[in-house]
Design a protein around this ligand. Structure first.
Ligand code: TYC
Length: 103
């Protein structure tokens, strides 16, 4: 506790900085059966992408095998991936998202 210039009392706040939370990528995986239109709709609805960006990411997954849809804290990433996987299953498509810790 110290005296300030104006005579008021202040408690010294020597608080160590908190670490940034670890971040997780949501990856979209390719498969041979999910229609391209459905993948684009998923990216628009669940990741709030424009039609143009969604199409670009979908084609990257189609040709490269996977692509990053977004990077979030662990809870958000896992929830987003589960939502996509549940929605795809409900529509009888094998589309899969997974999460991966950013190193
Ligand atoms: N490979 C699929 C097809 O040819 C399209 C596709 C793209 C599927 C991206 C999944 O994450 C995916 N219909």
């Amino acid at each position: 506790t110290e005296q300030d210039d104006d005579g008021s009392v202040a408690v010294a706040t020597a608080k160590p900085k908190l670490q940034q939370p670890p971040m997780y990528k949501v990856l979209l995986l390719n498969d041979d059966y999910t229609p391209m239109d459905f993948v684009v709709e998923i990216l628009e609805q669940f990741f709030r992408m424009s039609r143009e960006r969604a199409t670009q990411i979908m084609l990257t997954v189609h040709t490269q095998g996977s692509a990053v849809c977004g990077v979030y804290t662990r809870d958000v990433a896992e929830t987003r991936a589960e939502q996509v996987n549940r929605y795809s299953r409900e529509h009888q498509h094998p589309l899969m998202c997974k999460t991966q810790k950013v190193t």
